[in-house]
Design a binder for this molecule. Sequence first.
Ligand code: ADE
Length: 225
Amino acid sequence: MRIDIITVLPELLKSPFEASILKRAIDAGLVEVHFHNLRDYTTDKRKSIDDTQFGGGAGMVMMIEPIDKCITGLKAERHYDEIIYMTPDGETLKQGIANHLSLKENIIILCGHYKGIDQRVRDLFITREISIGDYVLSGGELGAAVLCDSIIRLIPGVLGNETSALTDSFQDNLLAPPIYTKPREYKGMKVPELLFGGNTPEIEKWREDQAYLRTKERRPDLLED
Ligand code: ADE
């Protein structure tokens, strides 16, 4: 898989890809991540990427020309399955979207800034608009990092244990059940006895029940879907 990220702040985005699972995935050649600084696609000497809004109103708007140059250049080199714009008015990121995108070959992620981007960019290029939640960030970069992490960990071979992504919270619309490790008892707090018995069907049943109870208590909305 190849991900091209278009941003005015590449330095804000790079560190998540230089550590942990994302770095391992890149080093293993399972994913390529390329950063494109929008200022490299400007034509004036001030390297402007934004301007005031037609019709008046507070806040600057990212201009179409540098974005067009960047995206058109990328599209000339390969086919892209999705061109995603990170924006608070997009569809909210859910596990199902991450699952879907993890199967794609090439995607572009465009990070917005200021008030947003010229509507014509959205009309012309964007195939999908994604928000990471109902709050406004100062730019799309942190959202893009979240989206990339949620996608890349699902690419086969990225996680050590292939089954572990399948047992994550949300994969079956349920939250994950409680988990424990050594010691068996800590400051009087005991691990549930049945987890030591080796009765796999009984343990599975307990985990399913716990996942359901936790979901019912914390996220009843998930049970309605
Ligand atoms: N840019 C600003 N706020 C955002 C959000 N909530 N999700 C994605 N991109 C954003």
